[in-house]
Design a protein around this ligand. Structure first.
Ligand code: NAD
Length: 329
């Protein structure tokens, strides 16, 4: 029983599973592996140092897969504000047809992509933001529950309620995002009206993920207890791996009188977090991770992962129908 949904049709993919944008992780090798396995791989634009480098990453991905893939552009506070429009233009000129947008005030970007005939997936953490994005013309929403890695917004709504609300109120297809790493999560998302899922942390822990093997092993060894929120007091909340550096940031934020971004800048810099993925020391800097870590026990290839999820989801759906039928007898 193939998992055909509005998302598989819109994106022209086999399995309704999207690898969401992840800083330093969404690079051609992983993106192509996800797309070749039947999902949608997504290049993280801001991982590339400039729009010209993004062009090369898109070309490299094309040399590794003939399947559809997308580009993520995330609009959040940054130490060095990126040339968002330049990245967007470069990707459109390279012929990319699928974009994932996320973060604050995405209107201009969404209008640009839509005026160029692209499919836009917009990631958001409230139904209010989802409805604004629908007005801007997005094709698919990615509804990101509080369980997620990275930026969950400031309203702390878990996926169960957010997705059930989405089912009642949204008239465009949506992906479930945040806390999904196994077939139960995929099946539950479909039951909640989602037309597919978005996963991040799960894809960090695959053979083709570009991060150091020791960080993958750290994810396997960690549980749902091993994340913490930083930037709560700066209204830019981020769920990250709980380590010495993130706990120091939280302590600084709790000082009487609070903290300014400048007080934590050196600790939280993305350039420092990048080194974690390069040298494999999980304590070196800040790195994003979701509570889905509690569900991750292996480091499969993307192909193995997607096949396991597809088969597991189909089995759950079939068995659930059996249970429903039996309970009626
Ligand atoms: P960075 O080094 O610019 O900043 C590190 C962290 O500090 C980020 O979480 C950022 O949002 C936050 N930050 C920066 N300035 C801030 C301010 N004035 N007030 C409050 N918080 C502030 O980040 P980076 O790792 O080089 O990443 C570049 C951009 O990509 C950031 O905006 C980051 O949030 C975003 N990002 C994207 C993804 C994705 O999936 N595409 C994932 C993580 C982060």
């Amino acid at each position: 029983m193939p998992l055909v949904t509005p998302v598989t049709k819109l994106l022209n993919i086999r399995i309704p599973i999207v690898q969401g944008g992840m800083q330093w992780v969404g690079v051609p090798k992983l993106v192509a592996a996800v797309s070749n396995a039947g999902g949608l791989g997504v290049i993280t634009a801001l991982t590339q140092p400039n729009p010209a480098a993004l062009r090369n990453a898109i070309r490299e991905t094309r040399s590794l897969t003939s399947k559809p893939f997308g580009v993520n552009i995330t609009l959040l506070p940054s130490i060095n504000p990126p040339d968002y429009a330049g990245y967007a233009r470069a990707a459109v000129e390279e012929g990319v047809k699928i974009f994932e947008t996320a973060g604050n005030n995405p209107g201009e970007l969404i209008r640009f992509f839509k005026s160029n005939g692209c499919v836009v997936i917009h990631k958001c953490t409230t139904i209010r933001h989802a409805k604004s994005a629908v007005k801007l013309g997005v094709d698919i929403l990615s509804i990101d529950g509080f369980e997620c890695a990275g930026h969950p917004g400031e309203e702390d709504i878990g996926g169960l309620v957010l997705l059930a609300r989405a089912a009642k109120e949204l008239n465009v297809p949506y992906l479930a995002s945040g806390g999904i790493a196994d077939a139960r999560g995929v099946a539950a998302s479909l039951a909640l009206g989602a037309a597919g899922v978005n996963m991040g942390t799960r894809f960090m822990c695959t053979v083709e993920s570009p991060i150091h093997e020791n960080i993958k092993k750290t994810i396997v060894a960690s549980s749902e207890q091993d994340t913490v929120h930083i930037f709560r007091t700066l209204h830019n909340t981020a769920r990250v791996f709980k380590n010495k550096v993130s706990m120091e940031v939280v302590q600084i934020e709790r000082r009487p009188g609070g903290a300014k971004f400048e007080d934590v800048r050196e600790l939280v810099s993305g350039q420092r977090g990048k080194v974690v993925y390069e040298n494999g020391d999980p304590d070196y800097g800040i790195w994003s991770a979701g509570i889905a870590m509690g569900l991750i026990t292996d480091i499969p290839t993307c192909d193995e992962l997607l096949r396991t999820l597809e088969k597991g989801t189909e089995d759950i759906i079939t068995n659930l129908s059996t249970v429903v039928v039996k309970s009626k007898l």
